[in-house]
Structure formats: structure tokens, C-alpha cells
Design a protein around this ligand. Structure first.
Ligand code: SF4
Length: 545
């Protein structure tokens, strides 16, 4: 087979396809989105595998579980905070002993390039007591994903492939292997393992715990965990992508340290023991939390010096870079071009696209709340989060997907009036809808504003699971009073009327929902480009109501 130039995300996707993938599910989230984008493109050209965006990471995980239930191989991918949403099925999937391979590709974002925190998914793999692969480059992302399916079916566990932003979004040449066919359809021979009633769950939990020794043996013998001889009593442990930064700098040291690289977990304890017999001082380099560093401290007697993120040789937060690794190794910072000598680049704070419909919606909302002394305006995760910044300064919170609705309800329950929640259509469908159900049940004195631009704008204009035309039906179906459920055009020419509606609903003591509709400009551009390419007459775009 030929070589290919692939992003880390794409290497995972193609590795899964070549491992006989039947179906893949995801919710868009940087830096994992390109896994599903690649699968959708591949499926459009080749007719397989089944690839789909789901409402959220939990439903994506559950759909993948169903694929494994009938014996086939599934992939579920997400960004690190998405795993919090999928945590319930993720934890329990380790107990059901799936017999179709299940790979969970999670892309962490150390440094928070596009995230609200920088949690390390290796802890989740450890928490669920499953195997985790941590590729150092795109070739390993491809190879490890293929291997992950074999491990999943051999030990009957879900297997995690953990990426980080710099790997997910960088390209390299990848040597491809022979594709493997899909598994045949086959329900499990006995199904009690999937029925996690306490009587079964206790047995399954014991079985998972009993398999831990085999998992450790597997990781201990894996070629992805490698010990390289050095000289002296100093050693370095690298995990995942940190290996590249270490190898980039190691030749500048006077003598080569002993080097243990960890690419598969559970961490290979016998290999760590062999490594530590050779050294007295250990530096741990890992992108994320001090995961191996902490394990090392529990393994080693106090006479050892263990250095890393917890001791300050490496910053406790942020992503690793070749330069930070260099300094941690005690080397002077490499000579480079001094930025001080260059003209400082102009400041470019993140902002909404020029003409973004959210800007018009925020102007209407600000006009409405200007008529009261104080209002609570909670919000959520999407392009519209930029409404927190000038010139809008229109929203006051962004915590996690869907939190705006529950937070506005809580503020209203506590006695604050008026309370607004602002949420995008995709985030509403992801997990705002359940918060709205609570507000309907209590007829909470709040106003939910759904900014409906018909897409997941922030991650590259992926389609939402339901089109704009069905949002109002869904909202009313939950029981929102039709007299207090409005669908308005977010076009600037309607700004004054929209502000009036928002003022009226602010004065109403009870639940109201205002859906402000206008297509994301990126989607409009894509439609125009597609129309030009097809040679058809352009169709006027704009608000859907
Ligand atoms: S991508 Fe779409 S939603 Fe996001 S800022 Fe631009 S126009 Fe607005």
C-alpha cells in the first residue's frame, strides 16, 4: 500500500478504517473534529464506514456500543471535555466485555488552545481500568489505532487512543498497512454481561479486575514501551509526543541519559523497575498532568529524586515545547530570532466574523436588558461565547456544554429577575434541552435565547443533528407555552422588534423561549461556493423565518 500524508486525527481515522471499522460517531470538538471529517469524506467516496455526528458525546458513545453489541468494530471520538459528557457509558463499557472492538479516540488540549480546561484523559483510562495508547507521531497514531482494536477484542475492553493538539493537527508521512475486512454481524453468545444488574455487574467488575494482570503484561511487553540504554545515573521518562522534544535536544547533553518511553498504559511497572535500577535521578516529561510522575513517586523509595511538573522543572500547566524540555534538561535556551528585535505584531483579540448574526442578536439583547438595573445573562460554548468580550460584553458565563440553561434556572430559583440564558442551536441540542425540561417542569421565571445559525460554527460549520426548522417544534413539544415561544429573524433590520420581544418576555413572570434565526456566514459562503461549482442559479440565503 502507498504512503499517505496525514494529520494525527486523520491517521487515527484511517487506522480505524484499515482495522475493519464498521461505524463511527462523534460530536465536533477541537482538536478531535478532523477524525470524523476524514471518515465522512472517506465514506462519501467509498460507501463505508458509517460515520455520523451525534447530539453529544454520550449518545455517540452509546451508538458505538450498539455496533460492538452486534460484533462489529466501532470508533467514538471526542475532545477531552467531551469525555466528561460520555463518562457514564465510558465507565460502564469497561464492564460489559464488548466482543466487537471499541476504540475511544480522545484529543486532549494541553495549553487550552480551544478549550475551557486542560484535563488529561489518561486518568480516565486508568479510572476505567482499560488500556490507553499514547502515540508520539502520526505513524504511531495509525499503527496504535489498528493495534487498539486487536487489544479491545483480545481483552474485551474499550481501548483509548489519547492524542494532544500538536499531534492531532500536524501532518506527517504515514506508511499504511493492508486493510482488514469488517467483522461479521454476530450478537454476543450470551448477553448477561451487557445487563449490568448488580448481580451481573459484580461478576463483570471482578472479571475486569482479574484481567488487570494481563493488561499490565501486555503493556509491559509492548514495543511501544521502550528502554534505551544510557550512561551515568540520570534517566528521562517520556510519554507520547514528549519523546520528540526530548530526542530533538538530547544530543546537546554531555552524556546520554537512560531513557524510558511510555506509549501504552497501564504504565509498564517491570520496565520502570529495570530503568530505575540504573538511575538515581529521573526527569519525567509528559504533555498533560504529572500522571506517570505521580505513579513513579509511589513506586520509588525516597532516596530517588523524581523531577517533573510537580517539582517545577517543567511548568505545572500548559503544553510542552522543545524549548521547555530543553530547559528541563538543564540546557541553555537555543539561540533563535529575538522577537524583541522585530516589530510587535498588532494585537488581534478573537472576535465574531464581520456581520455574524450573533452580533445582531447581542445588540437586541443588550437593548432589552438596558431597561433594567441589573440582569443575569448566562451563556454557553460556541462562537457566541465571544459575546463576553467588547464591543458586546453581553454575557456573563461559559462553563460547560448546556450549563447556561441550568445556571439561569438556578439564578431565577434563587430569586434573581430577570434571568436570561443564551445558547447556540447545536449546544442546545447537545445538552441544553435537558435543562429546559427542568425549567418547563418548574415554569421557571427565565428567558432562554437560542441563537440558531443552523450549524456548529466554532468547529468548522458541521451540520447540527436537527435542522433549524425543527427547533421550535422540539421546544413546544417539551411543553413551553406557545404564547411565550417566539421564532424571530436575527437580521439587523429586525433589531428593534427583537429587542421589544425580549423586553416583553423579560417582563413575563414564567418561562419563555426566543429563537433568533439566521444562518452562519460560513454556511452561506459554503452554499454559494457549492452553487457556483454546480453551475446552478444562486438561491437567496438568510433567515429561515
Ligand atoms: S463562524 Fe459563523 S457563527 Fe462563528 S463567528 Fe463566524 S459567522 Fe458567526
Amino acid at each position: 500500500m502507498a504512503d499517505a500524508v496525514l494529520l494525527g486525527d486523520e491517521a487515527v481515522a484511517l487506522g480505524a478504517i484499515h482495522a475493519g471499522l464498521t461505524a463511527s460517531y462523534a460530536y465536533p470538538g477541537t482538536p478531535s473534529t478532523e477524525i470524523t471529517e476524514f471518515l465522512l469524506g472517506y465514506a462519501a467516496r467509498h460507501g463505508r464506514p458509517h460515520a455520523a455526528w451525534a447530539s453529544n458525546e454520550k449518545t455517540a458513545f452509546e451508538e458505538a456500543l450498539g455496533v460492538c453489541f452486534v460484533g462489529r468494530r466501532a470508533l467514538v471520538s471526542m475532545k477531552h471535555v467531551g469525555l466528561n459528557v460520555a463518562a457514564d457509558p465510558f465507565m460502564n463499557a469497561a464492564l460489559v466485555a464488548p466482543h466487537g472492538g471499541l476504540v475511544v479516540a480522545v484529543a486532549d488540549d494541553p495549553g487550552m488552545h480551544s478549550s475551557q480546561n486542560e484535563q488529561d484523559s489518561r486518568y480516565y483510562a486508568d479510572f476505567a481500568r482499560i488500556v490507553c495508547f499514547e502515540p508520539a507521531d502520526q505513524q504511531e497514531a495509525y499503527d496504535m489505532t489498528r493495534e487498539a482494536y486487536e487489544v479491545s477484542e483480545r481483552f474485551r475492553i474499550p481501548v483509548m487512543v489519547r492524542l494532544v493538539t500538536r499531534l492531532a493537527h500536524a501532518r506527517s508521512i504515514v506508511r499504511l498497512g493492508e486493510p482488514r475486512p469488517e467483522n461479521p454481524l454476530a450478537k454476543p453468545p450470551q448477553t448477561t454481561s451487557w445487563i449490568l444488574l448488580p448481580v451481573n455487574a459484580r461478576r463483570q467488575w471482578k472479571a475486569l479486575l482479574a484481567r488487570q494482570g494481563e493488561l499490565r503484561d501486555y503493556a509491559g511487553g509492548s514495543p511501544y514501551n521502550r528502554l534505551t540504554e544510557g550512561s551515568g545515573r540520570f534517566g528521562v521518562i517520556t510519554t507520547g509526543i514528549a519523546r520528540n522534544y526530548y530526542l530533538e535536544n538530547v544530543d546537546d547533553l554531555d552524556s546520554k541519559p537512560w531513557h524510558l518511553h511510555v506509549g501504552v498504559y497501564p504504565a509498564p511497572t517491570p520496565l520502570i523497575r529495570r530503568f530505575t535500577e540504573q538511575v538515581d535521578r529521573v526527569l519525567v516529561l509528559e504533555d498533560g498532568y504529572p500522571f506517570v510522575e505521580r505513579q513513579l513517586r509511589t513506586l520509588l523509595p525516597t532516596r530517588y529524586t523524581v523531577m517533573g511538573r510537580e517539582t517545577g522543572e517543567v511548568s505545572i500547566d500548559g503544553e510542552l515545547t522543545p524549548d521547555t524540555v530543553r530547559q528541563a534538561l538543564g540546557l541553555p535556551v537555543a539561540a533563535g530570532v529575538s522577537i524583541d528585535a522585530m516589530m510587535p505584531p498588532p494585537a488581534r483579540p478573537p472576535q465574531l466574523c464581520q456581520g455574524c448574526p450573533h452580533g445582531d442578536s447581542y445588540r437586541a439583547l443588550k437593548e432589552a436588558v438596558a431597561s433594567v438595573d441589573e440582569a443575569v445573562v448566562t451563556s454557553d460554548i460556541g462562537c457566541y461565547t465571544l459575546g463576553a468580550l467588547p464591543p458586546y460584553s453581553a454575557i456573563e458565563s461559559c462553563v460547560c456544554m448546556g450549563a447556561s440553561v441550568g445556571m439561569a434556572k438556578g439564578a431565577a430559583d434563587a430569586g434573581f429577575h430577570p434571568a436570561f440564558a443564551v445558547i447556540g442551536d447545536s449546544t442546545f441540542l447537545h445538552s441544553g434541552v435537558t435543562g429546559l425540561m427542568d425549567a418547563v417542569a418548574a415554569n421557571t421565571d427565565m428567558t432562554l435565547v437560542i441563537l440558531d445559525n443552523g450549524t456548529v460554527g466554532m468547529t468548522g460549520a458541521q451540520p447540527t443533528v436537527l435542522p433549524s426548522s425543527r427547533i421550535q417544534t422540539l421546544v413546544m413539544g417539551l411543553g413551553v407555552d406557545p404564547d411565550h415561544c417566539h421564532v424571530l429573524s436575527a437580521h439587523p433590520r429586525h433589531a428593534a422588534e427583537n429587542a421589544d420581544v425580549l423586553k416583553r418576555e423579560m417582563a413575563h413572570h414564567g418561562l419563555s423561549v426566543v429563537v433568533l434565526v439566521r444562518e452562519c456566514l460560513e454556511v452561506v459562503r459554503e452554499h454559494k461556493a457549492a452553487t457556483r461549482a454546480s453551475g446552478a442559479q444562486p438561491v437567496a440565503q438568510g433567515a429561515t423565518s
